[in-house]
Write a protein that binds this ligand. Structure first.
Ligand SMILES: Nc1ncnc2c1ncn2[C@@H]1O[C@H](COP(=O)(O)OP(=O)(O)O)[C@@H](O)[C@H]1O
Ligand SMILES: [Mg+2]
Ligand SMILES: [Zn+2]
Length: 323
């Protein structure tokens, strides 16, 4: 629910973002006109450009030539205007419209496709409410420390770290890649998932990160008519199927039920069939997974996911002892 509120807030902001940028530019232009009569005079001429061109087209005669001379005059005034502003301590483009995103001019879409800037904001909006926004500030590749692992475990975690980095840096919608993080509590599974999420979001992809408990609750709410659709008419669970990268944390912490099992199979299968990447982490051992989930689920998981076995001593405990 919180996800949707944030999501809608971003979409609402985008509805007026382009216009807001234009209005802000106009306010700066007005500020200049109030301060400098010279600018007011120039703007009065510039603001008539469209009308003058239309009039020229109706007057007949050599239309092309008239338009050309109007445009030349406009260019000269613009140049003089910038020069005047700079002489008076302003940037020459002070009252130009300044969009945050030059690709979509803050509209959020280009040729009917969602712009990366909007995607990114929506993803971040999702993190804000799902709690991962805070994690992203705290846990990243940069502060992942190999010093907590010793001997064989250290070699092992270095390999996993490299695989995670490679996954994040090379993330692409063209190639599906899936990771299955298996291992005891406090070994860095969530930390590395968060690290991957950050890089992939920064690269403009649409990432959804949720705990298994939350994911299944969304499906359950939908099934029992408790879920609400967002403005696009989609249930919260739609994002688990649509996003570029889905990260399900703590699989196995959810209640064991037939319903959850079939929801899990649905997600895994749909994403594999649509070539979309997924990361799943779990505290369950492989044996426990086999006991808990049906063959069709475990074979899908073990067959299509690169398995990373986390080993070592609980880092959270090690950090506590150090304090
Ligand atoms: N290699 C590491 N370097 C630094 N901090 C770590 C490392 N591994 C885990 N942590 C920290 O220890 C805590 C538990 O790690 P977490 O990733 O949540 O474990 P898991 O998901 O495997 O149970 C977190 O606060 C995390 O940031
Ligand atoms: Mg975890
Ligand atoms: Zn954009």
């Amino acid at each position: 629910m919180a996800y949707n509120e944030k999501y809608e807030e971003v979409l609402r902001k985008y509805m007026s973002k382009n216009l807001d940028a234009k209005n802000a530019a106009e306010a700066r232009a007005q500020e200049l006109r109030n301060k400098f009569p010279e600018i007011a005079e120039m703007d009065a001429v510039l603001n008539k450009t469209a009308i003058r061109i239309m009039t020229a087209s109706m007057e007949g005669g050599d239309y092309q030539k008239k338009v050309k001379s109007i445009l030349e005059e406009v260019a000269a005034i613009n140049e003089a205007r910038s020069a005047f502003l700079e002489e008076n301590g302003y940037p020459g483009d002070y009252s130009d419209v300044k969009y945050e995103c030059p690709i979509c001019s803050d509209v959020g879409y280009v040729n009917g496709k969602m712009c990366t800037c909007l995607r990114k904001e929506l993803a971040i909006a999702g993190y804000h409410s799902s709690g991962i926004y805070k994690l992203i500030q705290k846990e990243s590749f940069d502060n992942f420390d190999f010093g907590y692992y010793s001997g064989e475990d250290r070699k092992n975690i270095e390999n996993i770290y490299n695989a995670a980095r490679e996954f994040a840096d090379g993330f692409s919608k063209k190639e599906m890649r899936n990771l299955l993080f298996i291992g005891g509590t406090g070994l860095g599974k969530t930390h590395l998932s968060t690290s991957i999420a950050k890089v992939v979001i920064d690269n403009g992809f649409d990432v959804v990160y949720e705990t298994a408990q939350r994911v299944f609750k969304d499906y359950e709410d939908e099934r029992f008519g408790r879920a609400q659709k967002n403005t696009e008419g989609e249930y919260p669970s739609a994002k688990y199927e649509d996003c570029d990268l889905l990260i399900i944390d703590d699989l196995g912490a959810e209640m064991q039920s037939q319903f959850n099992s079939s929801a899990l199979y649905g997600i895994i299968n749909t994403r594999i069939n649509s070539d979309k990447s997924t990361i799943i982490s779990t505290n369950l051992t492989q044996g426990e997974m086999l006991d808990r989930y049906s063959d069709r689920i475990t074979s899908r998981l073990l067959g299509n996911y690169d398995v990373c076995l986390f080993k070592g001593k609980d880092v959270r405990m090690q950090k506590l002892k150090l304090k």
